[in-house]
Design a protein around this ligand. Structure first.
Ligand code: OSB
Ligand code: MG
Length: 386
């Protein structure tokens, strides 16, 4: 497959409401979209870096500049091997995992669209089968829908409880609420009192100092999952929390999110027993193939995996849900339609029925964007080659 032209779009999409987490507030979704033209056809990728470089080291505009000024020009004219998704020299993108994931998604989309293969089917045939006792799932066992989950930003306790009740009424059985010190135990108590049947995850985005006692009270109050309680660098604090929870016989999963941007991070945290679950976000970890490798790692280590969202467009959400259909995703992920966060989106959205989200079946990742909506929300556009 030869890459003949590249278009990079910086888009700005309105949010249905600001997204507030302890790492900052997102008021509109600026992100990059990449269109690759190859001799086999067109492919689209999304770079899910947030507007500010808070949650990860990459930002939306920084990624746009890297894609338009450095990465794009280097890709024109390259031959992409058919087996490996990345073109030669792709490892040069190691330090920009979010930009890398965008290029990888576009190339994969071009290849799978040309072959008529849906992403979920392609992925299910690449799951590591080396684990004794497992076998490749045949295509027909790819689920048509999977349980949906939804994330809820920081707001007052009363507002959060109302938002969660409305989402539970829409069918979501798994809710992930953002917490921070002082906004945690009472929130969980009130949520469980109002919605006793939900599976409640809490996500601190690293806001707690090592050794924080309220984290144990959260478990008593009914949280089933604690995501990234401590800063990414505080692996020993996470290991201590896990050891203490285990000693007390409490059943809760401590999920790493920000702490893993490379495969080696996950290997290190596993050997330090500093996570019992991993939030896998294709954008954060460098793409769909690195995400697949992490899925296989979690599965062979016997720890939980959950598919994490990044306020993506319908394109990124299609890729995320296709990934989340793999068997190692044992904890429900951030699997809501893009419309949960985006008030306008050039991409088709996924549908939610009875608390389940559809697994995409069209060839490639998501199809094509609506050209008028794309044009209406494009802030900057770079065309290369062609
Ligand atoms: O910490 O999981 C996070 C969104 C952007 C950046 C970080 C996080 C999130 C979410 C996911 O919580 C929300 C979603 O996409 O549904
Ligand atoms: Mg998180």
């Amino acid at each position: 497959m030869e890459l003949t032209a590249i278009d990079v779009y910086l888009v700005d999409l309105p949010l249905t409401e600001p997204f507030v987490a302890s790492h900052g507030t997102t008021t509109s979704r600026t992100l990059s979209l990449l269109r690759v033209t190859t001799d086999a056809g067109i492919g689209w990728g999304e770079c899910s870096a947030l507007p500010a470089a808070t949650y990860t080291a990459e930002s939306a505009v920084g990624s746009y500049r890297a894609l338009a000024d450095r990465i794009g020009p280097a890709l024109i004219g390259l031959q992409v091997p058919t087996e490996d998704v990345g073109p030669p020299g792709f490892d040069a993108l190691q330090e920009l995992p979010m930009a890398r994931s965008c290029v990888e998604m576009a190339l994969l989309d071009a290849r799978l669209t040309a072959a008529g293969t849906p992403l979920a089917a392609w992925l299910s045939n690449r799951v590591d089968t080396s684990r004794p006792g497992t076998s490749e799932p045949p295509l027909e066992v790819i689920p048509t829908t999977i349980p949906a989950g939804v994330s809820v930003g920081l707001a007052s306790i009363a507002e959060t409880v109302e938002t969660c009740a409305a989402l539970a009424a829409e069918g979501y059985r798994r809710l992930k609420v953002k917490i921070q010190p002082g906004h945690d135990v009472r929130l969980v108590e009130q949520l469980i009192a109002r919605l006793p049947d939900i599976e409640l995850h809490v996500d601190a985005n690293g806001a707690y100092p090592p050794g924080s006692e309220p984290l144990l009270d959260l478990v008593s109050a009914g949280a089933a999952v604690i995501e990234q309680p401590f800063a990414a660098s505080e692996a020993s604090a996470a290991a201590e929390l896990i050891a203490r929870l285990e000693a007390e016989g409490r059943s809760v999963t401590v999920v790493a999110d920000e702490a893993v941007t490379r495969h080696d991070d996950a290997v290190r945290l596993l050997s330090a027993r500093a996570m019992t679950g991993l939030s896998i976000k294709p954008g954060r970890v460098g793409g769909i193939l690195p995400a697949l490798a992490l899925h296989d790692l979690c599965r062979s280590a016997g720890i939980a995996a959950t598919a994490g969202g990044m306020l993506e467009t319908g394109l990124g959400r299609h890729a995320l849900v296709a990934l989340a259909a793999l068997p190692g995703f044992t904890l429900t992920g951030d699997l809501s339609p893009a419309g949960r966060w985006l008030a306008a989106d050039p991409w088709p959205d996924l549908s939610l029925t009875d608390g389940h989200i559809m697994v995409p079946t069209q060839p490639g990742v998501c199809g094509d964007p609506d050209p008028e909506l794309l044009a209406a929300h494009t802030v900057e556009h770079t065309s290369l080659g062609g």
